[in-house]
Design a protein around this ligand. Sequence first.
Ligand SMILES: C[S@@+](CC[C@H](N)C(=O)[O-])C[C@H]1O[C@@H](n2cnc3c(N)ncnc32)[C@H](O)[C@@H]1O
Length: 184
Amino acid sequence: MLPNVLEVARQLIRERVTTGATVVDATMGNGNDTLFLAQLVGARGRVIAYDIQPQAIDNTRMRLERENVLDRVELRLDSHEKMSQLTEPVSAIMFNLGYLPGGNKQITTKASSTIKAIEAGMGTLKPGGIMTIVVYWGHPAGVAEKEAVETFCAELPQTEYLVLKYQYLNQRNQAPFLLAVERR
Ligand SMILES: C[S@@+](CC[C@H](N)C(=O)[O-])C[C@H]1O[C@@H](n2cnc3c(N)ncnc32)[C@H](O)[C@@H]1O
């Protein structure tokens, strides 16, 4: 079967990130991507993960402790726009837009802060590094966010970035899609 958007995002990251790398999970949620990244970078790597909800931090911490990988992860209760403060270049950044699964559906990522975070992320991405953005837009703030993110990524200069969109065209109900941005 063809892979879903999350599987493709992980495949693209796996092909570009080596052990010991520093990477970012911009939307920690319940920690699925944080765990994936922590296992990928290994004991000498570093993952910086952001979320604005304490529930996300608690769920992710428990998850990482259970898998014995918390030592290489910094859990930041902060908006992903704060990526602008990172001083070390990173190999990969994962965004998974929308609301916390199992949490308050009113608290979602939003167009203006997401765009600021993507811009900040671009500034910290290494040449050859990759940013993946999984866009779930089936919630009230989702349509505006999807349009803003797609427009922003489509206008990135092609001499500096490669931008990919991956989406099933025949799915009903606002099918999620993946944007992947590789810095040349
Ligand atoms: C779809 S969920 C992420 C799912 C996550 N990747 C996982 O594996 O469970 C989106 C998350 O983004 C968080 N979020 C919303 N606005 C944010 C912001 N400005 N900065 C960082 N995280 C934010 C939400 O609290 C929510 O947990």
